[in-house]
Design a protein around this ligand. Structure first.
Ligand code: ADP
Length: 165
């Protein structure tokens, strides 16, 4: 596992995770950036999938991205932490890691799911991200995982969570 600060659309990895919404219709934030970089073929492929429930993932091609695959994960909207948000966020990371394994992806990059418009406290989200991926990788072989943060403070949260492991 590795923590970097970067625009996830620029990474030379086999799979990237998108922080999608349940309609898989594109949007703002990292979702918008991924769709802009991938081109209109991505939205077309997403439309055919008919949405995705919170906590689950759907796989598409990478289209104009360097990544071969985009794993669309729908994170929970933060509403105080008592509405199942931690389990739903953990499910995003676990399901995306499983999907990457099924694809045979050698490398996988995650954005900080739910920590933008969806309002999840970034320190708590980073802990769930790192702990869930670490637990998933303990089961055996897995991809090289990059936590692709968009700010230095977010990277600090992920590094702290890694050190706490
Ligand atoms: P959500 O709706 O799941 O909260 P957002 O896209 O609003 O998703 O934010 C999720 C995280 O992605 C935030 O930490 C945001 O700063 C970050 N982010 C936004 N654009 C990019 C990008 N191009 N690459 C990586 N991370 C990004």
């Amino acid at each position: 596992m590795e923590v970097i600060v970067a625009d996830i659309t620029t990474l030379d990895v086999e799979a990237i995770v998108n922080a999608a919404n349940s309609g898989l219709r594109g949007g703002g934030g990292v979702d918008g950036a991924i769709h802009r970089a991938a081109g209109p073929g991505l939205l077309e492929e997403c439309r055919a999938l008919g949405g995705c429930p919170t906590g689950e993932v759907r796989v598409t091609g990478g289209h104009g991205l360097r990544a071969r695959w985009v794993i669309h994960a729908v994170g929970p909207v933060w509403s105080g932490g008592e509405a199942g948000e931690p389990a739903l966020l953990a499910a995003c990371y676990a399901n995306a890691l499983d999907a990457a394994r099924d694809l045979g992806a050698a490398s996988l990059a995650f954005p900080a799911i739910s920590t933008g418009v969806y309002g999840y406290p970034p320190d708590q989200a980073a802990r769930i991200a790192v702990e869930t991926v670490a637990a998933g990788l303990r089961d055996g072989d897995g991809p090289h995982v990059i936590f692709c943060c968009f700010s230095e403070s977010d990277a600090e949260h992920h590094r702290a969570a890694l050190e706490a492991l």
